[in-house]
Ligand binder design. Structure first.
Ligand code: DC
Length: 226
């Protein structure tokens, strides 16, 4: 059973639905730590690529996820992940690592290792945790569960704006293809596929501003307060 003094707010949904921006702000408003579980899968993919580990080698990847030290540190609204003490930063957002993260996250041994770490991290002080399986697998008894969606067109648009703001080159068609491929892989995998928990609140963010989405989730969390 979860501790009511350490509430867990689970925010799941596909890439580009606005989870990170929303989850960060919800965490700030509720005074809870923010945990980005996607960064943990990206960190394992990043390390595997650097170490020359074949992304189809499930055994090696499970070993890597089990023995790699992942920690979050830095400002509460923008925590950075450290992989064995090293901060990969923006390298985690490259297209190669994004596709790699989707691959490694389908490996049962990787999920088992990271799920355990996520449960430990989240239980310490409560949290706002974002991912794909937080409401279904990591914290099925979370106080608040939200599944954010948006149309593929809107999600591509947001990713494009994000990349352009960082001065990264992007090809919208390629982005669209990659997004759909990642969605398909995340939703169709055997272990912990991306899907809304039966008791999750679905929010379609098309046409909603970030503050509107944040307000809804904060209100939901306050309504369900002990
Ligand atoms: O949220 P993101 O794009 O940073 O996630 C990177 C990849 O990790 C994505 O393909 C889905 C996967 N992931 C997952 O399977 N389960 C999670 N809880 C979080 C992310």
């Amino acid at each position: 059973m979860s501790d009511p003094r350490k509430p867990i707010v689970a925010i799941d949904g596909p890439a580009g639905a606005g989870k990170s921006t929303v989850a960060r702000e919800v965490a700030r408003r509720l005074g809870l730590p923010y945990i980005d579980t996607g960064a943990m899968y990206r960190a394992i993919a990043w390390l595997a690529i650097r170490c020359g580990i074949d992304l189809d080698d499930a055994k090696e990847l499970a070993w890597l996820a089990t023995y790699t030290n992942l920690e979050f540190a830095g400002p509460p609204d923008k925590p950075q992940i450290y992989v064995n003490g090293y901060m990969p930063g923006e390298e985690l957002r490259s297209p190669e690592v994004s596709q790699g993260a989707s691959k490694v996250s389908a490996v049962p041994g990787v999920r088992k290792a990271l799920t355990r770490q996520q449960q430990q991290l989240g239980r310490q002080r409560g949290c706002v945790m974002e991912g794909r399986d937080i409401g279904t697998v990591v914290f099925p008894d979370a106080k608040v569960k939200v599944f954010l969606t948006a149309s593929p067109e809107e999600r591509v648009k947001r990713r494009r704006e994000e990349m352009e703001a960082k001065g990264q080159p992007c090809n919208p068609e390629e982005l669209h293809q990659q997004l759909l491929e990642r969605d398909r892989r995340d939703a169709e995998r055997d272990v912990a596929p991306m899907k809304p928990a039966p008791n999750a609140v679905l929010i379609d963010t098309d046409g909603l501003s970030i503050p509107q989405v944040v307000d809804r989730i904060v209100a939901l969390a306050r309504r369900t307060a002990p």
